[in-house]
Every structure is written in C-alpha cells, then in structure tokens.
Design a protein around this ligand. Structure first.
Ligand SMILES: *[C@@H]1O[C@H](CO)[C@@H](O)[C@H](O)[C@H]1NC(C)=O
Length: 368
C-alpha cells in the first residue's frame, strides 16, 4: 500500500518536472513577425553582440565573441573559436556602422578574450568612462575593468577582478567607477555536472556585490541568473532569468544589500536588460522559444527567434510595481537570430538589437 503510494508520488513529481521543462522550452509557442520601423544588419559583426552599454553622448559599446562553453551547451565549432571584441557604434551617426576598439595594457591577453556582459560608468566630474566586461578566460572567470578613450578608440586595461566566488559569471552592472553587481548563472562548470544542474533546475545561481575591494553574496540563490541592471537613480536592481521567464526586482539598501520587491512575469526568456536613461523603462532582448536558442548554439545556421520586450513603468518616479509589457520587435530568426539585448537611444529613436553568437541589427523605432 505505502509502496504503491510512494511510487505514484515519485512518478507524478518526475512527470511534473519534465512537463515544466517542456513548457519552459516553448515547444507549444506560436510567434508572429513584426518590426517597429525599418531595420538593417550592421555589417562586419558575425560572432555575436551579446550585450550593449550606452554612454550619455550616444555612443554604444558592444561585447562580441562569446564562447559560453562552461554553461553546458553543445556548441558549434565556430562559437568555440570566437575571438572576443568590443565594438563601438554611434547612434548619432548610424551610417558609420560599428568599429572594433583597440586594447592596451600588459596584463590583458587579447587572445584569451571571450566577452560576455558589459557595462559602463561615467564619472560626472572627471568625464572618465570606466568599462566593465565579463571575460570567460579559459583559466578563470574574470571581470575586466578598462578606461575608454574616445579619441584613440582604445580601451586601456586597468585591472582584472578575480575571486573564487566567480563561478559562471554572466553579466555586470556598475554603481560607481569601482563598485558593481554581477550575476553567476550557475555553479558547475564541467559539461555533465552543469547539464544535471540545468536539468534539475537547481537554484545554484546568485548575485554578488563587489565594493572595489571585496565580494559579497547579496542574492544567495536563483536559477540561471542572467542579465543585471540598475535603475537610473541606482535605487532598484533588475535580474533576468531566461528559463524561469521572469525578472526579479530588488530594492537596494544603504549597505548595498538587496530587498526583493517584485517579480515581472515575462512569459518569454529575458536575457539582458537595458534601462532607458530618464524614464527608467526597460528594453529587454529575449529568447521567445527557448529550445530554438539551444539548437542555434549547436549549429549557428539553425536560426532562433529574436524578440524585444519593453517594460513601461506606470509611475515614472518609482521604477517598480505597475507596468505595461509591449513587444517592440519580433523576427522568427531569418533576419536576426538569437537576440540577447536591445539598447534604445531616445533622441534619435534608434534601437540596436544584439545577439548571443551572430549579428547585430539597427532599427529606427517609428511605432510599437
Ligand atoms: C548545420 O545545419 C545545416 C542546415 O541547417 C546543415 O546543412 C549542416 O550540416 C549542419 N552542420 C552541422 C555541423 O551539423
């Protein structure tokens, strides 16, 4: 009797787990193509444009060349051989397309650069621009800190931040020229262990705060903690969970610890979050059909959809609580495959849409 009961409970639990996974992979989804205005592909980028950071003068820095081998994906050989780069795009001169930035600094090894999340911090007094880039260096997870020099189009390497707490770093968001928050999207880094962790949906991700000297866990668990961003007033922190299909909203305490205040139910896989300066509204590069992005990683020629979701706050003075979700852009994958970020420039109404491992698109936003 008991045996039968326990077996039934176990079977139901396993079935429920498998059905949840199948649901989150989006096999049932139907998607419809639409664009906010004319869009075109920016030439000469074909190794990804995973994350984008915007400066107040309309310049965008784009991270390219991600090789996420530690995340347990089966990867296309081309992805395994990606070279990391940072590209520069000027929203005031979109016709100039994107250019590759140069690097200086003896402690930075360009040949081992695999760029993932990126953020910038502008010092209002000195005008100095600090650039933070997640680097999956083969020997360790690193956050590289650079100083950006616009005249010489160079990133001067300042330091490599390394700590054992950095397991599988995904994205970074700066709150000063020294301090930042970053996400670990998981724990295991070997292929088998990471796939088991992903399959069991273990909450092994977290959020770490670095004050310029030491690291501190500020969110102790989470599943696939991915894109991270702060509100323009530095009061709120947003963390995207692609497989969980949600964005967690946290309020920052005085001591940089976080208080969970809200969950945004996305119904799609949010990757990186762009916070619009001024309004604090969010623009999010999403994976609308999660299983297709996995197929795209295995073989780059197999496309995955690209989707941009806009989160408009009801009360612009408080970037949380009431909101409206709109789909700004959806492409089934032939034009742009596997979107991961969307950065919007207010005065030119330009929108850059980046992808995990392929191209970069530019759209003129007329309506959405
Ligand atoms: C990738 O997919 C294309 C078709 O979409 C196929 O022709 C090609 O052989 C595949 N490559 C590999 C390495 O499986």
């Amino acid at each position: 009797m008991w045996r039968k009961f326990l077996i039934t409970v176990a079977v139901v639990a396993v079935l429920q787990h498998i059905l949840t996974l199948v649901y989150k992979m989006g096999f049932h989804k139907r998607i419809y193509q639409h664009y906010p205005g004319p869009c075109r592909i920016i030439p000469d980028i074909d190794s990804g444009s995973e994350d984008i950071a915007l400066l107040s003068n309309g310049l965008a820095l784009i991270s390219s060349g991600l090789n996420p081998v530690h995340m347990g994906f089966v990867l296309d050989d081309e992805i395994l051989n990606h070279q990391g780069n940072i590209f520069l795009f000027d929203f005031n001169h979109p016709e100039k397309n994107a250019i590759k930035l140069k690097f200086t600094g003896k402690d930075f090894d360009y040949t081992r650069f695999s760029a993932h999340g990126i953020d910038v911090y502008e010092d209002k007094k000195t005008g100095a621009v600090s650039v933070f880039v997640v680097n999956h260096r083969r020997d360790h997870e690193v956050i590289e800190v650079f100083q950006f020099d616009h005249k010489s189009l160079t990133l001067h390497h300042k330091k490599s931040v390394i700590d054992p707490i950095m397991r599988s770093v995904n994205d970074v968001t700066a709150v000063s020229s020294d301090a930042f928050y970053f996400t670990n999207d998981g724990y295991a880094t070997t292929f088998l262990a990471r796939n088991l962790e992903n399959f069991l949906m273990l909450a092994k991700g977290n959020v770490i705060y670095y004050d310029g000297k030491k690291m501190r866990k500020v969110v102790t668990k989470g599943s696939g903690n991915n894109g991270i961003a702060v509100s323009p007033d530095n009061k709120f922190l947003y963390v995207a969970h692609p497989v969980g299909m949600i964005i967690n909203v946290y309020e920052r305490n005085q001591d940089a610890t976080l208080k969970h205040v809200q969950v945004i139910d996305m119904g799609t896989g949010p990757d990186n979050i762009f916070v619009e300066p001024g309004t604090g509204n969010l623009w999010i590069g999403c994976h609308s059909v999660n299983h297709e992005i996995m197929g795209h990683f295995q073989n780059k020629t197999m496309t995955a959809p690209s989707q941009v979701i806009h989160v408009k706050w009801e009360d612009p003075t408080r970037a949380t609580h009431g909101y409206t979700l709109s789909e700004v852009f959806l492409d089934t994958g032939d034009f742009l495959s596997g979107s991961s970020i969307a950065a919007y420039h207010q005065s030119t109404k330009g929108l850059l849409i980046g992808t995990v491992v392929t191209k970069l698109a530019y759209c003129q936003v007329n309506a959405f």
